[in-house]
Design a protein around this ligand. Structure first.
Ligand code: SF4
Length: 495
């Protein structure tokens, strides 16, 4: 299979924005259309918020076989070139967008960009993975000892090597064998010459949905990417389910794993997913608005205006305003086109930091007591700078209200998080954080309040929580085996 390599230096899509947790990937696949690659490019474009550094597409045509392209950059700048897209013919295609994990695991090379492809005795297969394998160190050691030669530093490549070692006679059965060895979070979209395959890990940590457009079937990380190609949302792939989609049999569901209680990532509701997506039958926008309502109920404060920290704080700020009766105002304006402006920012430009991305609407702020609603506090560096900008604009008070509980633990399930000691909430109490940020008040939604906002009327069931909330609670639903081996300490009874 031709696998074009590019030496182009990757740009940093968010050179000033290292103070957010970042979803690392989005996946998309389609079968049964002559225009498969273009559909996937559109789907990936709608999933760009899940990963902006690089993307890839693999297609299969009965006449010309498998084709692939992997590129650094936004989908709109890469997979729109007619000369590239005409090299991706076929009726089945899958794609992947990824976010660089630079800093934690080193900068991405083109060889780390998915989908990954493997040639097996029964034909080729490509996979695109969203999530993170938590026992990859041990798997990699074992596979290398037994002769596997890895091409990338990505944990996802293990799946291809495990499939190669399986003795099963078809690709879906080999995938089952491989994924039963894998621990952690995975939503996988895969393809063979004729089949499109979707799998979610037994806990269903990361999302994956099934859609249909005409006679074609679609798999996507989020429903917003179905909308862009006019596909109808059929259903979510269930936790622990594998669907194998072929022209002869349509969608066939398999249950390759032992049944477990699902633990979907609650942060998808707070921040990662697009507000126009549907998760678990609920509008993400509506959930975020409801988070704002709960936040206002739990942490009222006297003030003149409620401002979102754009864009992700917007629905929660609307909910806060509606519940509190305090007027909503666009006190901070985001410069939408910032990301691509400075490919290699100089030190001087870096020092301008958040001002390049956000600007204060002085006319609204001057002399006002301002409530700022943000989705999370990670390192606290951005919150501090935003507070300074608001005070510089003449605000008389600044109150932070945060639409998630304190993020005190790293995520090991496919989200790029700083090391624990870099998380503000890991080292400081709420009061200490307020002092550190030097704001008039700082309050977070409680974990119970967040659960209520996502539809659990009784709040969080401590004995059987319905979501993964490890970055808030420190309770990891899948033991992070690799990290424990590297010295990570789990929460103790005293914490
Ligand atoms: S640790 Fe946090 S971000 Fe990671 S899957 Fe769990 S809830 Fe989501």
């Amino acid at each position: 299979m031709p696998a074009p390599l590019s030496n182009a230096k990757p740009f940093l899509a968010h050179p000033f924005d290292d103070d957010k947790l970042r979803e690392e990937c989005g996946v998309f696949g389609v079968t049964g259309t002559a225009d498969a690659a273009n559909f996937v490019a559109l789907g990936l474009h709608a999933l760009q918020h899940r990963g902006q550094e690089a993307g890839g597409i693999v297609t299969h045509s009965m006449e010309t076989g498998f084709h692939s392209a992997r590129r650094f950059g936004y989908v709109r700048d890469t997979f729109t070139s007619p000369s590239l897209m005409e090299k991706l013919p076929g009726t089945v295609a899958i794609g992947h967008v990824r976010y660089s994990t630079a800093g934690s695991k080193g900068q991405t090379e083109i060889r780390d960009v998915q989908p990954f492809f493997g040639e097996f005795s029964m034909g080729g297969a490509a996979i695109a993975h969203n999530g993170n394998i938590t026992n990859v160190d041990a798997l990699r050691r074992e596979l290398i000892d037994r002769g596997s030669i890895f091409q990338s530093s990505s944990d996802s490549e293990c799946i291809i090597h495990l499939m190669a070692r399986s003795l099963q006679r078809d690709i879906p059965e080999r995938m089952k064998d491989a994924l039963r060895r894998v621990e952690g979070a995975f939503s996988v979209v895969a393809m063979t010459r004729t089949k499109l395959i979707g799998v979610r890990d037994p806990l269903g940590v990361r999302p994956l949905v099934l859609g249909r457009v005409g006679e074609s079937w679609v798999l996507s990380s989020e429903t917003c990417a179905l909308d862009i190609i006019g596909a109808e949302f059929i259903r979510e792939i269930e936790p622990g389910e594998m669907v194998v989609i072929s022209p002869e049999k349509g969608v066939v569901s398999h249950r390759p794993f032992e049944a477990r209680k699902s633990r979907f990532c609650i942060f998808e509701h707070v921040y990662f997913s697009r507000p126009d997506s549907i998760l678990g039958g609920r509008s993400v926008y509506e959930t975020r608005r409801q988070i704002g309502v709960e936040l206002a109920r739990e942490n009222p404060v006297d003030a003149d205006i409620v401002c979102p920290v754009p864009d992700s704080g917007t629905p929660a700020a609307i909910g806060f305003s509606q519940e509190s009766g305090i007027p909503y105002a666009m006190g901070i304006i985001r410069n939408q086109y910032m990301g691509r402006t400075f490919i290699e920012p100089t030190e001087q430009i870096r020092n301008m930091g958040v001002r390049l991305k956000l600007n204060v609407n002085r006319a609204l702020i001057a002399g006002k007591r301002v409530i700022l609603v943000d989705d999370s506090v990670v390192r606290g560096t951005t919150s501090r700078k935003i507070k300074e900008m608001i005070l510089d604009a003449g605000a008389s008070e600044v109150h932070f209200r945060i639409a998630s509980p304190p993020t005190a633990w790293p995520c090991f399930y496919g989200v790029d998080t700083p090391q624990r000691e870099k998380l503000l909430a890991a080292t400081m109490s709420e009061d200490e954080m307020r002092e550190h940020l030097a704001v008039d008040s700082l309050k977070f939604i409680s974990l119970d309040g967040l659960y209520r906002a996502v539809g659990e009327a009784e709040g969080r069931d401590a004995n059987c929580p319905r979501y993964c909330d490890a970055c808030f609670s420190g309770e990891y639903p899948v033991e992070p085996a690799d990290m424990l081996e590297r010295g990570f300490k789990l929460k103790t009874a005293a914490e």
